[in-house]
Write a protein that binds this ligand. Structure first.
Ligand code: FMN
Length: 192
C-alpha cells in the first residue's frame, strides 16, 4: 500500500473525549469538553489537559490550580458536545446540559455526578504552547461508579462503552481485542 504525505494536523490521532469541570463563583461550577487530555506519569498518576487561553475555563483553572476530569459514557455524547460548543461565561452550563454538580473531596471544583468516572486534579505545572496552555495535574482522588469497580477495588472499564474523539467525530469504544502483554504470552505459548 502506498502512502501519501499530508499536512501535519491534530486529527491524525484518536483522542480522549472528556469533560473538565472547575469551580466558578457565580454558578458553583463550569465545564468544557476536552479532547487534548492524556495520562503522562504513573506514580503519582499525573495527566495533562490542554486549553486555549480564551476559554472561560482556562482562567478558572489557572487561578486556583485545580480541576476535575469527568469521563463520560458513549451514550452521554450529546451532553459532552454541548459542553464543547457553548461557553459558560454567561450561563450555568450544568443546568443547560441537565447535569448535576457533586462535591469533590480534595478540590473545590465540582464533579459531574452523572458521569461514571471523575478524577480530581491539582495543577503542578502550566506549559505555554503556541495555541494552547497545557495544565499538568496530579490526580488526587478518583470516584468511580460502583458498577465499574471489581471486588479487588480495581476499575473494570470493559463493562461500559466509553467515548473517543477522532477526526471531528465521536466514537464509542468497542470490542476488547487483547490485553497488556498478550503478544508476548502468545509467543511463549508457541515456543513451549
Ligand atoms: C469534542 C470537543 C473537544 C474539545 N477539545 C478541546 C480541547 O482539547 N481544548 C480546548 O481548549 N477546547 C476544546 N474544545 C472546545 C471547548 O470545549 C469549548 O470552547 C467550550 O465552549 C469552552 O467552554 P468555556 O468557555 O465555558 O470554558 C473541544 C470541544 C469539543 C466539542
Amino acid at each position: 500500500m502506498g502512502k501519501v504525505e499530508i499536512e501535519p494536523t491534530t486529527m491524525a490521532l484518536p483522542m480522549s473525549c472528556v469533560v473538565v469541570s472547575c469551580y466558578e463563583p457565580k454558578h458553583g461550577g463550569n465545564m468544557a469538553a476536552i479532547a487534548f487530555c492524556g495520562m503522562v506519569n504513573a506514580k503519582p498518576p499525573m495527566l495533562a489537559v490542554s486549553f486555549k487561553p480564551n476559554r472561560f475555563s482556562h482562567a478558572l483553572i489557572k487561578g486556583p490550580g485545580e480541576f476535575v476530569v469527568n469521563v463520560p459514557l458513549a451514550e452521554q455524547v450529546e451532553k459532552v458536545d454541548l459542553a464543547g460548543v457553548v461557553s459558560g461565561r454567561n450561563l450555568d452550563k450544568f443546568d443547560l446540559a441537565g447535569l448535576t454538580k457533586a462535591p469533590a473531596t480534595q478540590v473545590n471544583s465540582p464533579l459531574i455526578k452523572e458521569f461514571p468516572i471523575n478524577l480530581e486534579c491539582r495543577v503542578l505545572e502550566v506549559v505555554e504552547l503556541p495555541t494552547h496552555n497545557l495544565f499538568i495535574g496530579e490526580v488526587l482522588a478518583i470516584h468511580a461508579d460502583e458498577s465499574l469497580v471489581d471486588d479487588m477495588g480495581r476499575l473494570s472499564l470493559e463493562k461500559a462503552p466509553f467515548l473517543m474523539y477522532y477526526n471531528r467525530g465521536y466514537f464509542a469504544i468497542g470490542e476488547r481485542i487483547g490485553h497488556f502483554g498478550f503478544s508476548k504470552s502468545a509467543e511463549n505459548e508457541e515456543s513451549q
